[in-house]
Design a protein around this ligand. Sequence first.
Ligand SMILES: Cc1cc2nc3c(=O)[nH]c(=O)nc-3n(C[C@H](O)[C@H](O)[C@H](O)COP(=O)(O)O)c2cc1C
Length: 165
Amino acid sequence: METLEAIKTRRSIRVFQDKPVEWENILIILDAGRWAPSGLNNQPWKFRILDDAEEKSQVADQTRYSDMLKNAPVSIAVFLDTKESYDRTKDVQAIGACVQNMLLAAHDQGIGACWIGEILKNKEKVNAILRIPEEYELMAVVALGYPAKKDAKADRKKLEELLWN
Ligand SMILES: Cc1cc2nc3c(=O)[nH]c(=O)nc-3n(C[C@H](O)[C@H](O)[C@H](O)COP(=O)(O)O)c2cc1C
């Protein structure tokens, strides 16, 4: 898929088919995340794949989007490795680039994805469930799976509204 086409046709997918996502596809998604830009190229991200049903269910209960997470055959938790951090704003921006790369790589492979931020209100609980040390700060959970529904519409502000003259 062409880059601009992928950027414009990607939509958040929140309902998934009961069809597994192959390991090979998950690796492509993680690899795209890994290639995101970061300040000083510090690459402050860490990933945890959530594919165990019990674990996934416990993590899902930490967000009001639990149905989506339980329905997703696999999810990826994305953490900021605070030991690698040199500037919090820039590190969080890099994580955003990383997650966007992952969403686009999923879309490129026909896999739907949704960036779940709402779960961050319970980020400490998620770390405890996953037995992840506190120096890894949860930044997002990305739900993944083959789309069960056609892409939802999502509008954008007009370019004129975003430009100062
Ligand atoms: C930082 C961030 C947090 C988000 N958190 C959630 C979330 O918790 N639940 C959800 O359903 N969508 C979440 N989204 C997805 C947005 O709702 C979605 O990207 C937006 O509505 C535009 O739709 P589109 O992705 O289909 O273009 C999040 C997106 C971002 C960038």
